[in-house]
Ligand binder design. Sequence first.
Ligand code: FES
Length: 118
Amino acid sequence: MTVSCALRFLCHVQDLSDPGAKGFPPAPGGFFGLFAIRRGDNVRVYVNACPHIGVPLEWAPDRFLSSDGQHIVCGTHGALFDLLSGACQAGPCKGDHLTMVPVTIENGAVYVAADAGL
Ligand code: FES
């Protein structure tokens, strides 16, 4: 069995506001982009697809958060998601989750698996 361990660099933690978010295009050959959020020392990366109908969440480039920075918000129908768990707390997909991508953070750099989001 072959296990892929290639990593894809996304950004540095310091590139993310606190709280803040940043979007990334799909990996080569991929369909879904990713986005990273930060709150304090916590960084999460999610597949950029709303569990409601699968569209990207941001309403403008890198605009994934509610105005108070306390939730991820879907720009299409306004669903609200917990920043750190990706759980939908309000909206048409309440009870569902964003797809979280495991991250590796080394020396302040954020990496995901090269095939994340494929
Ligand atoms: S597409 Fe996200 S709430 Fe409908």
